[in-house]
Design a protein around this ligand. Structure first.
Ligand code: MN
Length: 758
């Protein structure tokens, strides 16, 4: 053994010892019982099991489980069982030890959690969509067994995101995409607010490094200004609070880069146009527990004497906590500078719940560690119900679940005055299904606040809803458009599927009789002849239509078999056209012949003008141009499709086909022209159109390809399609158009017809 190696080893040992000691110190500061012995035992076991193994970053592997345990302890507030499971979470997956070994050494509870973590490891998502749905189901089911599995999984993901820099770029997109698609919403649903925000910001940082940096810089540049505003705004508030005599502190809450970007994208506005970057948070300690809610409202009354509150923006999450347990009173006040500022009023306890989520409930419960029988378990029950229904399409299933993760909530009342929590945008139909499947499937309409409304009616917080039913009512296919909750959608789909199956079976019987009468065989070839006759795509569709009696078998069908057999080339065409419909990814601009390319997935692929014309396809869904943050996706035909990184289709690809992603970079220069759409809005007047076209075609000599102007009540809206070289060109055009006196909005849009709302 050389001296150098010895030193390296010693240095590693020291690093590991220090990291573990820090974990122990932080654990001892927590309110949990002090079970240092078993934690030390778990650490020593994991350390020896991972011995000699390093992470991609080069550091000893054991530092990862220690970091995960530390997140579980300090940032989620979990206790010794979870800390042990976190320390051991990769042992079964990566070493020769088994779950039985863990059980023998640490008992059944820790072993069960490690087992759950091992089952869902390797990313929630496998290589194929079906595997992905399976794993996701598993994840949600283990969540039902022991919520700590998913909490530790989130801690694991958070540490992996914090250390994502050492991964390959193409892997980074997969992991970042998955994080944004599933883990951030999950963390949000479990009330882990701070972790959710960090996961989103890290994903954003890896997918759009430059935009992220830009926003960070702008935040820094405007920081002093915000600090002054904060001081001025809160000074009179402090005075009032001092008078009330409650211990309190006031914090400035700065919007995260990701939510700033999100708002810019969704509302088509610039950084400067976002007015709620600063919010104010008042955290107080109540005199006694019973007074907690009253104190919130007393503070509200006191501060609304200083500043005028916005009448429509009082959010009472105090009397009606969000489903993830969040409690606070949100008010928006007019500052002396004429700006609306949101103020969030929370007790110390509410603040803990907001930061650490549902795990924090335990802290305040007598006895501790007991199951929380609140909204969370109700939600888990809904998830379980959805899982119990067979879902045909993996990606649909994911989207359905995701609906429930993202939704924010409204409160509605039953006729008897009971409060029901529903996701925002819920309809009367959703409400019906949330109460009972029978009520949903026989719903003909509703009375909202005693007024008759259709079942597609969108509910508002505070509505009183009475569902009207009829025995003869049946679930209609169009209902899928009126339902927004995962539960209602899943129910409607499974009822429709069952009915469809019944029609198909009837259709098969009729078809079989028809063939018998004609002396023909019931085989694929003969069935195909009939469905081709009706321009249908499959035997299932045919039997369904026959069963439904929308196709009646007769002379037309008989004639098909009297004709000469179809030429073979025709048959080939059929199998080509329908053999390939498994691939979901048909949103590409053109069907270019596949050319085999030597791709090194480990490298960043440069998109040169020559290659772009020969080997790559620009995705039709998001139409990226040079300068946009993009990624490549290798499709079934070995072609490379270029998507914007934030494209919703790319988001699905990232989660379900992560191993087909490529890191790509534009190397086009100004060699090619790309179509791009720009939206403008302003005050109509003589010559406005002329000014616009002049700027574009004369000053900037860019060709206008398509132009659409609509004028209404003195406001005009224009959509322009241009050919440009890159994002810089578009930005220059937008900046120049914005300078025009009568124009007040200019923004790039993805599709020519995209609707822009203010
Ligand atoms: Mn791990």
């Amino acid at each position: 053994m050389t001296d150098e190696k010895l030193t390296q080893e010693q240095a590693d040992e020291k690093l590991i010892d220090e990291a573990f000691q820090e974990l122990l110190d932080r654990y001892l500061e927590s309110r949990h019982r002090k079970k240092v012995e078993i934690i030390t035992k778990a650490f020593n076991f994991a350390r020896q099991a991972h011995k000699g193994v390093r992470r991609r970053s080069g550091e000893p592997y054991i530092l990862h489980p220690i970091a995960v345990a530390r997140i579980a302890c300090c940032e989620i507030g979990l206790g010794s069982t979870s800390i042990c499971a976190a320390l051991l979470h990769d042992v079964v997956e990566d070493t020769d030890y088994t779950v039985e070994d863990i059980e023998n050494l640490f008992g059944p509870k820790i072993a069960q959690i490690v087992d759950g973590l091992t089952k869902i490891s390797g990313g929630i998502f496998g290589d194929r969509a079906s595997a992905q749905a399976e794993n996701f189901k598993k994840l949600l089911l283990t969540m039902n067994d022991d919520i700590r599995v998913i909490l530790i999984k989130i801690a694991d993901r958070l540490h992996n995101m914090r250390t994502l820099g050492s991964m390959l770029p193409s892997k980074q997109y997969k992991i970042a995409g998955e994080t944004l698609y599933i883990y951030a919403p999950l963390a949000n649903r479990l009330g882990l607010n701070r972790i959710k925000t960090e996961l989103e910001d890290l994903s954003f940082k890896y997918e759009h490094p430059e935009t992220y940096q830009e926003i960070e810089n702008k935040l820094k540049a405007t920081q002093a200004e915000r600090e002054t505003l904060f001081e001025e705004f809160t000074a009179p508030i402090r005075e009032q609070l001092d008078k009330m005599g409650l211990p309190y502190h006031i914090l400035a809450r700065i919007k995260s880069p990701y939510s700033i970007w999100n708002k810019m994208q969704n509302k088509h506005i610039t950084f400067e146009e976002i007015y709620d970057i600063l919010a104010v948070r008042i955290i107080f300690t109540p005199k006694n527990e019973e007074e907690e809610l009253n104190d919130c409202f007393n503070i509200y009354v006191a501060i609304s004497k200083i500043y005028k509150p916005h009448p429509d923006r009082l959010r009472d999450w105090v009397s009606h906590p969000k489903a993830n347990g969040y409690q606070a009173l949100h008010v928006t006040l007019m500052s002396n500078k004429g700006q609306w500022i949101e103020v969030q009023i929370r007790s110390e306890r509410m603040n803990d719940v907001a930061e650490q989520g549902f795990a924090a409930h335990w802290k305040y419960k007598e006895g501790g560690g007991s199951e929380d029988e609140g909204e969370l378990s109700k939600w888990l029950k809904t998830i379980k119900e959805i899982l119990d229904d067979p879902q045909p399409d993996a990606l649909d299933f994911l989207d359905t679940i995701k609906l429930n993760l993202f939704a924010s909530e409204i409160f509605v009342f039953t006729p008897k005055g009971e409060i029901k929590t529903m996701p925002q945008n819920s309809t009367a139909l959703d409400f019906a299904f949330s109460i009972h499947t029978f009520l949903g499937s026989h719903c003909i309409g509703a009375k909202v606040n005693h007024k008759l409304v259709p079942l597609s009616h969108k509910l508002q917080s505070g509505d009183q809803v009475e569902i009207l039913t009829s025995k003869s009512q049946k679930v209609q296919p169009s209902w899928i458009n009126y339902a927004t909750t995962a539960k209602a959608k899943a129910k409607i789909m499974s009822i429709l599927k069952r009915e469809k199956k019944e029609f198909q079976m009837q259709g098969e019987d009729i078809l079989s009789d028809f063939f018998k009468e004609e002396g023909l065989e019931y085989n694929d070839e003969n069935v195909q002849k009939i469905y081709m006759l009706h321009n249908l795509k499959s035997a299932d569709e045919l039997t369904y239509k026959i069963g439904q009696k929308s196709i009646l078998l007769g002379d037309a069908e008989r004639n098909v078999f009297k004709d000469k057999p179809a030429p073979t080339s025709w048959k080939k065409y059929i199998s080509f056209a329908f053999g390939n419909n498994k691939s979901k990814q048909n949103n590409v601009s053109s069907q270019k012949p596949s050319q085999t390319l030597d791709i090194d997935k480990k490298k960043i692929v440069k998109l040169t003008p020559d290659d772009l014309q020969k080997h790559y396809i620009i995705a039709d869904c998001c139409k990226p141009i040079p300068g946009d943050d993009v990624l490549g996706y290798i499709d079934d035909n070995n072609r490379i499709i270029i998507h914007k990184r934030q494209c919703p289709i790319a988001a699905q690809l990232k989660t379900s086909f992560g191993n087909r992603l490529l890191a790509v970079q534009w190397e086009i220069g100004k060699a090619l022209n790309f179509p791009v759409n720009v939206y403008i809005k302003g005050i109509d007047g003589i010559g406005v159109l002329n000014e616009v076209t002049q700027i574009i075609s004369q000053q900037l000599s860019v060709n206008i390809h398509k132009l659409n102007i609509e004028s209404n009540d003195g406001i005009f809206e224009g959509r322009i399609q241009l050919f440009v070289h890159d994002v810089d060109d578009v930005n220059t055009i937008c900046a120049n158009l914005k300078k025009l006196e009568h124009i007040n909005k200019v923004t790039r849009i993805e599709n020519f017809d995209d609707q822009i709302t203010d």
